[in-house]
Design a binder for this molecule. Sequence first.
Ligand code: CO8
Length: 258
Amino acid sequence: MANYEYIRVEAKDQLGLVMLNRPNVLNALNRQMVSEIIRALESFEQNEQIRVMVIYGNGRAFAAGADIDEMAADNPVSLELLNQFAEWDRFTLLKKPVICAVHGFALGGGFELALACDLLFAAEDAKFGFPEVNLGVMPGAGGTQRLTKLIGKTRALEWLWSGEMRDAEDACREGIVNKLFPKEVLLDETMKYAQMLANKPPLSVRLIKESVSKALDYSLYEGMQFERKNFYLLFASEDQKEGMNAFMEKRKANFKGQ
Ligand code: CO8
């Protein structure tokens, strides 16, 4: 497995785990770290053994945002030339499920990373927010877009303008957090869920992800046409035969991802 400086990566059965690992700065995301996260996820994407990916943080936070020390001296031209978001954009191309387990702070870029994942599980101590407004900037990695699509315009504006942190229960009520757990069991419960998902037919799982993502961009009609093609496509898979035969033969299906 590749050598990373700011993350730790582990393949555990069918799960690909990425741990953010700059605990002394609350896992502040510097550019190299973002690059490492993307490269690690892409390598799991290519790994046939891996069916589900999980991201979590080491220390007392998930991630307290982009690394402010690194960003402070940036200017529009340096940012344009750096084009750091080209790498970030590759996150949306991942087809396997990505689950995020958040404890402690998920702020700014850390919250954006969590929102980019497919499911978000949180510990009861989790705190979410976009403090960028207090730094004289704003979210830049999808925060204004993803939050608005999830909770609606006026609620997103209120939260983004205030820069305030909200607790996990609030985030759960807003529909941002899928499941809430006591901190001590967050990772175990996330792994259990990830393993359950890993046992589902992988082609169905990825085409459901793709179709649901399209629902955010497409009209209902276009989305349904897209869904239908994916539905048809699954009838070309061995897992469709296996799943339906297993049902009729009253036995457990053995899905192979083909
Ligand atoms: N960047 C750099 N260092 C940080 C960051 C950060 N975002 N957050 C915390 N740290 C460092 C602190 O400087 C401190 O370092 P040191 O011990 O050397 O002084 C260490 O982490 C521990 O932090 P605190 O002592 O401040 O811990 P507290 O428990 O007192 O406070 C807070 C925790 C409230 C989370 C506080 O650290 C804080 O406010 N952090 C900054 C939060 C923030 O403003 N985040 C938004 C950053 S901007 C952004 O994310 C833009 C995203 C654009 C796209 C990015 C794509 C990746």
